[in-house]
Ligand binder design. Structure first.
Ligand code: AMP
Length: 191
């Protein structure tokens, strides 16, 4: 079983690359951002709770996010592995994920970070906002807030897995295929 965390700031290409990696390695893709947007689109209680946080670029509380993630993992007993995209974003989320996967005897294989500079991110997300229909992609102050939250709350997750010898990073700039080649080379080289 391969369990990967695709890591990096908002707009670093995690969703795009995860979609390609799941095909290549036959994994299940779990994006907590996509799950929240699905719940919001259906006006569920979970979606309504997440909405106000997402609109401001803040993180949805850990208890809500962790519960949703566990449910999703439980729905895939057949999975040969998972790609976690946009999760974990806090240390408590990382601890909960490790506990869940260790209980399944399938711990995280690696965390792979996509490195992209702040200004490129802002431009990419504003570009995406023109077509994504995401309100959090259209407001530059919300985008900058998301980058700040990534730096303050989420980057410690990189160090958490680095202490386990599992963190790696690749450049997230270039063409989609170039970045995909970097990722597959790295992942195939993991022992
Ligand atoms: P994303 O699509 O990954 O950029 O996530 C969009 C928004 O969903 C974030 O700005 C957060 O408000 C929320 N979100 C997604 N994943 C998480 C998470 N793991 N923990 C808390 N909030 C999250």
């Amino acid at each position: 079983m391969i369990n990967l965390i695709l890591f990096g700031p908002p707009g670093s290409g995690k969703g795009t690359q995860a979609a390609k990696l799941v095909d290549h390695f036959n994994l299940v893709h779990i994006s907590t951002g996509d799950l929240f947007r699905y719940e919001m689109g259906n006006n569920t209680p979970l979606g309504l709770e997440a909405k106000s946080y997402m609109a401001k670029g803040q993180l949805v509380p850990d208890s809500v996010t962790i519960g949703m993630l566990k449910n999703k993992v439980d729905q895939h007993p057949e999975a040969q592995g998972f790609i976690f995209d946009g999760f974990p974003r806090t240390i408590p989320q990382a601890e909960a994920l490790d506990q869940l996967l260790n209980g399944m005897k399938a711990p995280i294989t690696a965390l792979v970070k996509l490195d992209v500079g702040d200004e490129e991110i802002v431009q990419r997300i504003l570009g995406r906002g023109a077509t994504s229909g995401r309100t959090d992609d259209n407001d530059e102050s919300v985008i900058r807030k998301r980058i700040d939250v990534y730096k303050s709350e989420t980057t410690p997750v990189y160090d958490f897995y680095d202490e386990q010898g599992k963190s790696h990073s690749v450049s997230g700039t270039g063409t989609i295929e170039e970045i995909f080649d970097r990722l597959t080379t790295l992942i195939e080289g993991l022992s």
